[in-house]
Ligand binder design. Sequence first.
Ligand code: F6R
Ligand code: ZN
Length: 187
Amino acid sequence: TPPLQPFAIRFGADNGTLEPQGPTLQRRMSDLEGLFADRRAWEQAVADGDPVVYTVVSSPVPEAARELPQSITTIFPGDTGGEFWMTKGHQHPDPQGEIYLGLEGRGGLLLFDGDRAEWLDISPGVIGYIPPGWAHRSVNVGDEPYRFLAVYPGSAGHDYGWVLTHGMGLRARRAETEATVGAETEA
Ligand code: F6R
Ligand code: ZN
């Protein structure tokens, strides 16, 4: 396909829409198998209505070499076995940088290069930088939807199996007494 022509995209920072809009997807609890530490709690949540955990709305820019696609992710508030709701997380098979811009709510960006894990607090107006080679997962640590814009190279690709094999180094858990950020080492 030939490169796109210049065009403007209107984004709704308050409702997570892009206009014009490309593909959208919904990830339900059942799509997050093997990711929460507490498997029983995950099974229970799937049985209890299999809620939508997050949605991803993309612009029409395709995931193709030299293009620069964008998408808005909205993670709903909640926890499963005390672990905050989160995205699956992935590596880019062709390691390239990516940026996230916080739009709404309170979240975090968990980064893992297979050796070191890092946690970045993301809120509206904060850009999180994901360097090449770092797997990344987003987490909603608040009580309202957490929403961010992602901008990434179209040829980067997405490897979800890597996280199933390697984990993400850290987990973000709801503290027992308060709904505060609790990023702690994997058991
Ligand atoms: C793209 C990117 C984000 C995520 C989105 C959903 O490279 O990092 O747009 O794809 O936040 O998370 P995953 O893809 O891990 O389900
Ligand atoms: Zn990514």
